[in-house]
Design a protein around this ligand. Structure first.
Ligand SMILES: C[S@@+](CC[C@H](N)C(=O)[O-])C[C@H]1O[C@@H](n2cnc3c(N)ncnc32)[C@H](O)[C@@H]1O
Ligand code: SF4
Length: 274
């Protein structure tokens, strides 16, 4: 059996580097274990292959890096713009110059940028260690003028849970979309965990595990059922359950659904018989 994964977006770590040290990031777990963060800056030819294969576009986000650390990012953005490839960029680091951001925004005016500023710009470094939040907020505003969409991604922590409305107003006043994120990455006695239970997620991993246990034991076997209309009912139930449990959002907030949902992944895969 041959599987064709081209009918989707792809989320890439376009580098292995990041100058920040956010406590709960996977790269910090790797470093705490005494290992260097594996990988390299994505070579140009690898990028070209990926960019031309996936039909729905590229998410420059990743799990262990910040895309601005790849010296070729601006060239990659320019390439995507010329080829009409949809692009999203998730960034939180602030080591690049203001001129660099301007050039990056101009390289692909159709790009959607998401900036991780967790709290008021003056406070964001409490989680985003080494970040200059005020400089980044200036870049979010510049992006709102130059690009298709500029998003302020605000993860709620204890130190910022009372500043949400002020931040939302700042975003609205500057034509910036506001994306409030409820994290599920907590340990017991976590000093970052918000006090307000509406601002964090505890059960996410439990639910995902349940869905996987119920309907995702053997993904290859399940993929082979595609187009046969006998997809496991448990997936559908699991998806409905997740949708019904999503926390209410205010109308001016963007809402990014979980792109890593196993059901969606499987349903977007084409199957070819050999
Ligand atoms: C590893 S980061 C890579 C992209 C970029 N470096 C950044 O931080 O935005 C991937 C995603 O994880 C998010 N993230 C970081 N810390 C988080 C936390 N404690 N809870 C939930 N999401 C988190 C980031 O905001 C980003 O959207
Ligand atoms: S900015 Fe992103 S990649 Fe860098 S440490 Fe923070 S979460 Fe991880």
């Amino acid at each position: 059996m041959i599987y064709d994964f081209s009918n989707r977006k792809i989320n890439i770590d376009s580098t292995h580097r990041c100058p920040l040290e956010c406590h709960k990031c996977q790269r910090q777990a790797i470093r705490r274990a005494g290992h260097p963060v594996p990988g390299q800056d994505m070579p140009w030819n690898d990028f070209i292959k990926i960019a031309n294969y996936f039909e729905k576009g590229i998410l420059f986000c990743g799990q262990i890096s910040d895309p601005t650390a790849n010296p070729l990012l601006i060239d990659m953005l320019r390439y995507c713009y010329e080829k009409n490839i949809p692009v999203t960029v998730n960034t939180a680091s602030t080591h690049k110059s203001r001129e660099w951001y301007k050039e990056a925004f101009e390289a692909d005016p159709k790009a959607v940028w998401l900036f991780g500023i967790d709290g008021l710009p003056k406070d964001s470094h409490k989680y985003r260690i080494h970040q200059d939040g005020e400089k980044l907020f200036e870049m979010v505003k510049l992006c709102a003028k130059k690009c298709k969409t500029s998003v302020w991604q605000y993860i709620v922590f204890r130190y910022n849970e009372n500043d949400i409305e002020e931040a939302r107003d700042m975003a609205l006043a500057n034509n910036i979309d506001f994306d409030l994120v409820f994290s599920g990455r907590w340990v017991s006695g976590d000093k970052f965990k918000p006090r307000n239970p509406n601002y964090y997620v505890d059960r996410h991993n439990v639910d995902l595990k349940k869905i996987k246990d119920e309907g995702y034991k053997d993904w290859k076997k399940e993929m082979d059922k595609l187009n046969t209309n006998d997809l496991d009912e448990n997936w559908k139930k699991g998806l409905d359950k997740m949708a019904s449990e999503q926390l209410p959002r205010k109308p001016n907030e963007r809402f990014f659904t979980n792109t890593h949902n196993p059901v969606k992944t499987i349903l977007s895969t084409r199957r070819y018989k050999k």
